[in-house]
Design a protein around this ligand. Structure first.
Ligand code: PRP
Length: 178
């Protein structure tokens, strides 16, 4: 029996959508030398594919964060495991994420980065599960809205497995309900 219910988003669909997002970013950030911030680890393939399609001057940096949502604390909290290498004051920054679920992580991360006085902050996410949102978050560049299913692949994991799949798949319930 397969571990996956089905492929939700094929590599070709991801590629087409990423190309369209890169075109938007090329238009919006021409001459601004934006700093793209990849949030490890889930965003790694999206970040890499998206940035290779840019045709403007841009820089990259990475953060690793650990998020504790409403299930483990009352307010939600983001702990920085690896911070940016450089200051971002006066920079146009674009946070690149794989998934916006409850919204807690990005809402808090955006607050943290805003205190560093960048010129602007935008959010670019591959996937969003609107049904799961608890904290509102504006996604400026979105790949796909997805249903409230457990999705893996193209960077997304279940207990660190499945990240290296080339497409986004719905994990079969039997895998995580046993
Ligand atoms: C995922 C995702 C976001 C967060 C979204 O990270 O990359 O950071 O969860 O959830 P939220 O909207 O409910 O806050 P995860 O902790 O799975 O880490 P990973 O990217 O290393 O897999």
């Amino acid at each position: 029996m397969s571990e996956f219910e089905r492929v939700l988003i094929s590599k070709e669909e991801i590629d087409r959508r990423t190309t369209a997002l890169a075109e938007e970013l090329n238009r919006d950030y021409a001459g601004k030398n934006p700093l793209f911030i990849g949030i490890l680890k889930g965003s790694i393939f999206f970040f890499s594919d998206l940035l290779q399609k840019l045709q403007i001057e841009a820089e990259m940096d990475f953060m690793a964060i650990s998020s504790y949502g409403a299930g483990t604390t009352s307010s939600g909290y983001v702990r920085i495991i690896k911070d940016l290498d450089r200051h971002i004051d006066g920079r146009h920054v674009v946070i690149v994420e794989d998934m916006v679920d409850s919204g807690t992580t990005l809402a808090h991360l955006k607050e943290v980065l805003a205190t560093r006085e960048p010129a602007s902050i935008a959010i670019c996410a591959l996937l969003s599960k609107p049904e799961r949102r608890r904290t509102p978050v504006d996604i400026d560049y979105l790949g796909f809205e997805v249903p409230d299913e457990f999705v893996v692949g193209y960077g997304l994991d279940y207990a660190e497995k499945y990240r290296v799949l080339p497409d986004v798949r719905i994990l079969d319930r039997s895998v995580y309900e046993k």
